[in-house]
Structure formats: C-alpha cells, structure tokens
Design a protein around this ligand. Structure first.
Ligand code: ZN
Length: 317
C-alpha cells in the first residue's frame, strides 16, 4: 500500500451545518491523517419558514436533523457534527443564547443535544464567524498560518483569532469579536449596546451611508466606476477597519489577516486604505511580514469551519 492509499484509509469524514435565516448549508469534509482537509460534498436548502415565530427554533433544528441523516446516508461514514450559529451559544450545553438575525425565542434553546440524539454523533456548536476563521485556517487562505486574524465584513463585523495554529475560543466561544473593539469612545451606537465599535463604522449599512448609496454592494460598484463620494466612503471605512486591525496586530502579531464577507469584494478599493492605516499605526512589528488577503472559501466557510470544529472538539482531528 503506498502512502496516498494509507492516508485515504485513515481519513475520517465530518459534517458541518451552517444556520442562516435564509438558507441552511451543510458540508461533508474529509480529514486525512496528515492534517489536510478536503470538501467531499456540500449543498444548501431554504430555511423552512413557519408562520409562528415561537416555533422557528424547533423547526430549524428538525430540518438540521433531517439534513444530517440524509448526508450520513449519502456520504458516510461520518463521525462528528459541528453546527455554526449566527450569534452566541453555550459551548457546554450546546444551547443558543442569542441569535440577533433569526426569528424566534433562541435563548436557552437546545441545538446540539437534539442533533446529537438524532445522529448518534458528537455534536458541537461554534459561532459562524469563528467557523469562517477556522475554515480559512485549515483549508483556505490562511492554510499553515501560525497566527491569524479573520474578519467577515457584512451586516455585522465578525471576527476570529488564531494563536499557535489553534482557534482561540475564550471560555464561552466569544473570543475574536474584533468588530466590537472600541475605536472611538464617543462614536455612534453599535448593535451590541456599546458605542464607537469598529462595527458601528464599518457594517454594511454604514458603508452605504458613508458612500451615499442604498446598499454596500452599490457602494462598491459606484467606487469601481470612480464615483468620488463612494471612493471617499470606502477609504473612511478602510481607515476604521485599519485601526481595529492595527490593534489586533499589536495584540496577536498575525502572519495572515483574512478578510471575508460581501464587502471584501471591494478588493484594493478597501484593502488599500486598510493597509495604509495599518502602516500608520502598527509600529512594533515588520508589517511587510503580515499578509492581508481575501478569503478563499466564500459562502461555504461557515459549514466547512463547523465541520472542522465538530471534529476537533470531539478529538477526532
Ligand atoms: Zn459593538
């Protein structure tokens, strides 16, 4: 048996589920003995809408159980499950605490337990931005990085922090919330209840406001066409993101910074101002050694990272 065949024999398969208010995504990843990860299958389906918002959490968990069982039949044997959730959760009980953008009473709602019971597999929850970071670390733009900072730029600003090749979770899975670092003590209010957070300046609706457009996507299109206000708006947003990232460089000295989410599509129009602000403020380290790169895994990063987390948390990868 040659080396490749042995590695394939030793590979294990892991299911990742990604909870979204619009779609539920899933992915099956294969983990080889040498630590490399590969996507085997993935798909998504619309989140089942039920009229009664009190019934939404149970409906979504049921849908996940059905998805998981179908994936196990088609792509098994699968040995672990991870679930990415867009908000806060209790890692010990596998219950959600707060999902700001999904209807229904999610406080204390069991998610990990019913999925573990339906599948018979170890099941762990992870925040979706942390899942994004973990996916980019293991099989995306930050492969092989020792330390990494990841930011998702969208409706909110999610973050992930990697030190020593491991995702940092903190005691409750909230480590890496870089979007909520204060960069202006008297700045605008943030959805988190604090004021002057990075997110309060750089989330999608603020980008649109800064650029004089209806949406962030429109802002990027206008800037590409050379619209002066949109270019100025993106430069301002980049400046705020750069301040937050310069702080993170001083804290964590990352070798890679990965930017994902819809706004990352702005490319150099945003990356340029970010880099300039980092150069102005992060003076303790040689920033030529810090790579600033776009994410590689797109909308699948959440499901991939959930699969990796489920496996690592169960001690299976
Ligand atoms: Zn905040």
């Amino acid at each position: 048996m040659d080396g490749a065949a042995r590695a394939a024999d030793a590979a294990t398969r892991h299911l990742g589920l990604d909870l979204g208010g619009t779609n539920l995504k899933w992915a099956v990843l294969s983990a080889a003995a040498d630590g490399t990860w590969e996507a085997v299958a993935r798909d998504q389906q619309p989140t089942r809408v039920v009229e009664d918002s009190d019934a939404v959490p149970d409906s979504i968990v049921d849908q996940f159980c059905e998805l998981a069982l179908a994936a196990m039949r088609a792509w098994g044997p699968i040995v672990s499950v991870g679930v990415g959730v867009p908000g806060l959760y209790d890692p010990e009980t596998g219950r959600t605490r707060f999902l700001p953008n999904v209807p229904g009473p999610w406080a204390g709602h069991p998610v990990g337990e019913p999925i573990a019971a339906a599948t018979g597999l170890p099941t762990a929850l992870i925040n979706d931005a942390r899942a994004f970071g973990l996916a980019e670390l293991r099989l995306g733009a930050a492969r092989g990085a020792s330390s990494m900072v990841g930011l998702t730029l969208g409706t909110g600003i999610g973050g992930a922090l990697v030190i020593g090749g491991r995702l940092v979770m903190g005691h409750d899975g909230t480590a890496g919330e870089m979007g909520h670092q204060t960069i202006d003590p008297d700045g605008p209010w943030c959805g988190c209840g604090n004021r002057g957070c990075v997110e309060a300046f750089a989330r999608a609706d603020q980008v649109a406001a800064a650029c004089g457009t209806a949406t962030a996507e429109e802002a990027v299109r206008a800037a590409r066409k050379g619209d002066a206000r949109a270019l100025r708006g993106l430069a301002d947003v980049g400046r705020y993101l750069g301040i937050g990232l310069a702080n993170m460089i001083n804290v964590a000295s990352p070798d890679v910074i990965v930017l994902g989410g819809g706004m990352a599509a702005a490319g150099e129009l945003l990356f340029g101002p970010i880099r300039a602000e980092i150069e102005r403020r992060a003076t303790m380290t040689d920033i030529d050694q810090v790579r600033l790169v776009p994410a590689e895994l797109g909308v699948w990063a959440g499901a991939y990272g959930a699969a990796v987390h489920g496996a690592e948390r169960a001690g299976l990868a």
